[in-house]
Design a protein around this ligand. Structure first.
Ligand code: VGL
Length: 216
């Protein structure tokens, strides 16, 4: 079996290093756990938000955030985050550069698109980013998922991978940080119910991989 490690949006804009973007508490602490899960994998894939000033989600007042929008591909207001050329766009220090990954997705580049998951550019999940196809072409059977934020882009990516039906999905919680504790708990519960393996630590990830390889 081939294993892939998925690093979802491990960008400075989602950490306290960029307090004026979308800081996830402890978001800057995930690098050692992400590197450790990458070391278990045959393929390392990553994603980054890459937004422009004209983004439809954009509000400049942080208090105007998180308001629903009726647009098909931008469902909520946010302040500007992860703009290419700024610190918030950068991957966390210590991670590989995007060119060192085996596959990398930049998402939300077009002003009207603000996807959460790394598998599709649109919220209807019709326009593939190619991530699932890359994994299938390379005979990947198990994906380990970590990154930011647990309750948004990580949960959505894990769900998309699980729903594809092609992979066993392991969510590595030590390599994730979330925003709202209750939302993190309910996302984990629903992912677990859909068949995603929830691993708190690297040891749990290793146990899940061992259990899978003994079945193959
Ligand atoms: C994210 C909110 C808005 C994430 C991205 O990466 O989890 N959350 N944009």
């Amino acid at each position: 079996m081939k294993i892939a490690s998925v690093n979802v949006d491990p960008q400075k804009g989602f950490t306290p290093l960029c307090p004026d973007e979308l800081p996830v508490p402890g978001g800057d602490e995930i690098v050692p756990a992400l590197l450790a899960q990458n070391a278990l994998a045959d393929y390392i894939v990553g994603s980054s938000d890459a937004h422009c000033d004209a983004a439809l989600f954009r509000v400049d007042d942080p208090k105007a955030q998180f308001q629903p929008l009726a647009h098909p591909n931008t469902d909520c207001t946010f302040i500007m985050h992860c703009k290419p050329g700024t610190k918030g766009f950068e991957l966390l220090d210590g991670l590989p550069a995007p060119t060192e990954y085996d596959f990398f997705v930049w998402k939300g580049v077009a002003p009207d698109l603000h996807p959460y998951g790394a598998c599709y550019h649109d919220l209807a999940e019709k326009l593939s980013t190619g991530l699932i196809e890359f994994l299938r072409c390379n005979q990947v059977s198990t994906v380990i998922v970590g990154g930011l934020a647990t309750d948004f882009c990580v949960a959505t990516t894990a769900r998309q991978l699980q729903q594809s039906g092609y992979f066993r999905v392991v969510l590595h919680l030590d390599a994730c940080r979330g925003i709202v504790a209750d939302d993190v708990a309910s996302q984990i519960e629903s992912l677990n119910q859909s068949g995603v393996v929830i691993a708190s630590t690297l040891d749990d990830v290793k146990k899940a991989l061992a259990a899978q390889s003994s079945k193959e």
